[in-house]
Ligand binder design. Structure first.
Ligand code: ABU
Length: 482
C-alpha cells in the first residue's frame, strides 16, 4: 500500500514537473483567498476528525499543486528564486526521506560533512585563504544577514552575549538606500533599533556612493553614535546593482568597521568566469551572505552565511546544551556544528546543492548564470527598441534585473511630470491584476523612491528562452492597452 501510494504521488509530481515546463500550461490558476478558504470542487482546507482515504489524500496533493503557482514555469519572472531543477528536486526528496537534523554529526554524519565541504568551496570561491573561513547554512538571506550583524556585534563586544544590551554604546550600522530591508529588520530584532541603521545614498544606478558612506560615518560619530558595521550589497533586490566593494572596503578598513557583503542575489555570479569581476573586492569582506536558492536555481531554501574569522560563530552562539552536545562522545565533536546556529533543530539544506554541484560541475552553474544574464540583455535590447516601454535606468543590466514601465497609448503624448506620474503609477498594478487572472505569465512591480510603480523582470530560471521574453512584452501590451 505504501509503495502504491508513493508511486501514485510520484506520478502526480512527474506530471506537475512536466506541465511546468510546457508553455501551454498556465503559470497560475488564481483564486482569491476567500475562494480558497471556502473550498474548491473537492478541495477543502478543513481538517477532519476522521481519517481520509489514501485516494482522497492523493486528490489533496494534486489540488494543492493545482491552486499553487508554477515557479518553475519558464514564464515566471516574479521572484529572485525560480526554476525547477530536477536534480535539486531529487535532492529535496532524499532529504525529506532521510528526515534528520543538522545539529550533530551523531544524527547527520554525511550531511554535516557535506555542509563543511560546501562551505569551504564557497569560501574559496569568495577568495578567502584555506586557513580562514567559517559559516553555516540557515533559513534565507534575511537570517544570513541577521547572523552577520550578530557576529559583528559579538566580535566588537563579546560581553553582550552574557551581560546583554547594557554593555553596549549606541551602535550605528550603515547600508545603502537600495539594500534589502533585512538590515533594518535585523537591527530591530537584535535590539539595536532600526533608526540606528544609517541609510546611505546611491547613484542613479542604485550603487552606494562611497563618499556618502564616509560622510555618514563621520556624522554618526559626531552625534555620539558608535559605527561598527557596514552592509554592502552585491546585487540589489530591485535594480540588481553592485556596490563598489573595494572602495567601501577601504573605508571599512580606515574606520575599523565590520564589512558584510550581502550577495544573496549576486553571489551566484561568482560561478561565472564572465561575470565574477562584478564582485571584485568581496574577498575583503568579513562576512558574506550567499543564497544558492536564487541565482544558482537550487530549490528553496538554501542560504549560507560565511564568516571570515574562524570560531566567531561558535563563540557567539554556543550554549553547550549537555543533552545534545556532550563533549565525551566517541568521535571528534568539533563536527557537532549545531551550536554555531541560533536554531536548535536545523533542516538539511545542503544535500540538494551538493547533488546539483555534482551533476553540473562549477562550470554548469557558470553557464546557467551566463544564460540568465544573456536573457536580461535581450530584454534590455528589446525595451530600447520599443516605443511603448521605458527603461527605469538607461545602463545595460549588471545582473539579471531589468526595470521598466509600460506606457499605454493614453499616456504616450503626455509630458513628463506629476499628472503623468499619477496615472503611470496605476498602470503596473492594473496589468498585474489582469496577469494574475489570466495566468499566462507573472512579473513583479514596485515603486522606488520618487519613481512610480514599474515592472522588475528577473531571470534565474535557465529554462526561460527569448520567445518567453517576447511573449512577456506582447502580453503586457495586450493587457495594458486602454
Ligand atoms: N529575499 C529577497 C527576495 C525578493 C524576491 O524574490 O523578489
Amino acid at each position: 500500500m505504501t509503495r502504491g501510494f508513493l508511486q501514485e504521488l510520484v506520478n502526480i509530481l512527474l506530471d506537475y514537473i512536466s506541465k511546468s515546463s510546457q508553455r501551454s500550461s498556465k503559470v497560475l490558476d488564481f483564486h482569491h483567498p476567500h475562494q480558497l478558504r471556502e473550498g474548491m470542487e473537492g478541495f477543502s482546507l478543513d481538517l477532519p476528525d476522521q481519517p481520509e482515504t489514501l485516494e482522497q489524500i492523493l486528490v489533496d496533493c494534486r489540488d494543492t499543486l493545482k491552486y499553487g503557482v508554477r515557479t518553475g514555469h519558464p514564464r515566471f519572472f516574479n521572484q529572485l528564486s525560480s526554476g525547477l531543477d530536477v536534480i535539486g528536486v531529487a535532492g529535496e526528496w532524499l532529504t525529506s526521506t532521510a528526515n534528520t537534523n543538522m545539529f550533530t554529526y551523531e544524527v547527520s554524519p554525511v550531511f554535516i560533512l557535506m555542509e563543511d565541504f560546501l562551505l569551504r568551496k564557497m569560501q574559496s570561491i569568495v577568495g578567502w585563504s584555506d586557513d580562514e573561513g567559517d559559516g553555516i547554512f540557515c533559513p534565507g538571506g534575511t537570517i544570513s544577514n541577521l547572523y552577520s550583524i550578530l557576529v559583528a556585534r559579538f566580535y566588537f563586544y563579546p560581553e553582550v552575549k552574557s551581560r546583554g544590551m547594557g554593555v553596549l554604546p549606541q551602535l550605528a550600522l550603515f547600508t545603502s538606500e537600495h539594500s534589502h530591508y533585512s538590515v533594518k529588520k535585523s537591527a530591530a530584532v537584535l535590539g539595536m533599533g532600526s533608526e540606528n541603521v544609517v541609510v546611505v545614498k546611491c547613484d542613479e544606478r542604485g550603487k552606494m556612493i562611497p563618499a556618502e558612506l564616509e560622510s555618514a560615518i563621520v556624522a554618526a560619530e559626531e552625534k555620539g553614535l558608535v559605527p561598527f558595521y557596514v552592509n554592502v550589497t552585491a546585487g540589489t533586490t530591485v535594480y540588481g546593482a553592485f556596490d563598489p566593494l573595494n572602495a567601501i572596503a577601504d573605508i571599512c578598513q580606515r574606520h575599523t568597521l565590520w564589512m558584510h557583503v550581502d550577495a544573496a542575489w549576486g553571489g551566484g555570479l561568482l560561478m561565472s568566469e564572465r561575470h565574477r569581476m562584478k564582485l571584485q573586492g568581496i574577498e575583503r569582506a568579513w562576512s558574506v551572505t550567499w543564497n544558492p536558492h536564487k541565482m544558482m536555481g537550487v530549490p528553496l531554501q538554501c542560504s549560507a552565511i560565511l564568516v571570515k574569522k574562524r570560531g566567531l560563530l561558535q563563540g557567539c552562539n554556543e550554549l553547550g546544551a549537555e543533552y545534545l552536545f556532550q563533549t565525551d562522545k566517541p568521535y571528534d565533536v568539533s563536527y557537532d556544528t549545531g551550536d554555531k546556529s541560533i536554531q536548535c533543530g536545523r533542516h538539511v539544506d545542503v544535500f540538494k546543492l551538493w547533488l546539483m554541484w555534482k551533476a553540473k560541475g562549477s562550470e554548469g552553474f557558470g553557464s546557467q548564470v551566463n544564460k540568465c544574464l544573456e536573457n536580461a540583455e535581450y530584454l534590455y535590447d528589446q525595451l530600447q527598441r520599443r516605443t511603448d516601454f521605458e527603461l527605469v535606468f538607461k545602463n545595460k543590466p549588471e545582473h539579471s534585473n531589468v526595470c521598466f514601465w509600460y506606457i499605454p497609448p493614453s499616456l504616450r503624448d503626455l509630458p513628463p511630470g506629476h499628472d503623468r506620474d499619477i496615472r503611470l503609477h496605476k498602470v503596473a498594478p492594473r496589468i498585474k491584476g489582469r496577469m494574475m487572472e489570466k495566468g499566462t505569465v507573472l512579473i513583479g512591480y514596485q515603486p522606488f523612491g520618487a519613481k512610480v510603480n514599474f515592472f522588475r523582470c528577473v531571470f534565474s530560471n535557465p529554462a526561460t528562452q527569448q520567445e518567453d521574453i517576447d511573449f512577456l512584452l506582447d502580453e503586457i501590451t495586450r493587457m495594458g492597452d486602454d
